[in-house]
Design a protein around this ligand. Sequence first.
Ligand SMILES: [Zn+2]
Length: 416
Amino acid sequence: MSDPEQFSFRIDARLDGGRHGRAGVISTPHGEVATPAFIPVGTKATVKAVLPETMKQLGSQALLANAYHLYLQPGPDIVDEAGGLAKFMNWDGPTFTDSGGFQVMSLGVGFKKVLAMEAVGVQNDDVIAKGKERLATVDDDGVTFRSHLDGSKHRFTPEVSMGIQHQLGADIMFAFDELTTLLNTRGYQEKSLERTRLWAKRCLDEHEKLTAERAHRPYQALFGVIQGAQYEDLRRSACRGLEELRGSGGSGFDGYGIGGALEKHNLGTIVGWCCAELPEEKPRHMLGISEPEDIFTAVENGADTFDCVNPSRVARNAAIYVAEGRFNINTSRFRRDFTPIDDTCDCYTCANYSRAYIHHLFKAKEMLAATLCTIHNERYTVRLVDRIRESILGGYFDEFKAETLGVWQGRIKTPS
Ligand SMILES: [Zn+2]
């Protein structure tokens, strides 16, 4: 039965010095997520090239899939009929879905996954990637866009996004929001933020309605998404606005997602502003980060979970994460290197395969190359965040951060 009590969050330990970072446990109808936690991305209900059982073995506690992609293919009704996302993809654990807003708008203006995250160029509200045709237009009611698959026309509104996400059936869903870029003007950011707040209210209303209609399904938690780009007053008022927001039936958000355009050097500051305003007892998800420096910064400033497609995406291009940084296994110096990718790693790939073999698989364009490297990179990231959690519980976060980033920022190009 659908009951909001099926979702909860408890805090086990906090960082000292007035910092917002903490370790806790999110409980969902499909199991628990010990936080901080890295949530690997399975865009189309699969982490590319890796079995769900393997994701479980490498320590992944939950997976995040994309509502936009699953809406276009195979369609949310099919996932619903299968019994929801977890059952459909044979994943025994919690799942997240994003709202589709990011993909609709970023694919729609041709930026793919790197939506103007750097403030370069002149401020321009008609921002669009060079040489791309505009595929998405935003109005106060929703977004009209063309599919990146076949050019067909579609429309997402807060109600449509909620309908899709209820059919997908993930344990944690996100409210439909407008994604702006750092190139948008301040005036546009203000207008957009109010639009996102009104959409958030519509998401809560629709969520209440669908939760009641689908009472036979497990409860799905809804997170509000904070935008506001690089502006402190906008970020803070967005947080307060979402915290106060209630659906017609009186329900509020179960947690919050920190989204939107921000530059790397501002990450900690922006997460800090948000976490200072957000209610302490609710979980906070940071959308789209996976680099070690970013993870430490986000955790320290109060984020509980993160997702990112990068560990698997770069793995398919032969880029490997190790303690000292990232290197490319494709280079010829690894042809006769029969040592593991990383002799300090406990993953299946490092236990069983050599750099020479993986180098060979990439050169021969064998599919197993992507599988073995994805296993390693996902394990690297999941384990790093697990160790951060242990360091918070054990009271040695600052020492662990200094040591880990000291080695990482040494940034050797290829390990010896
Ligand atoms: Zn490994």
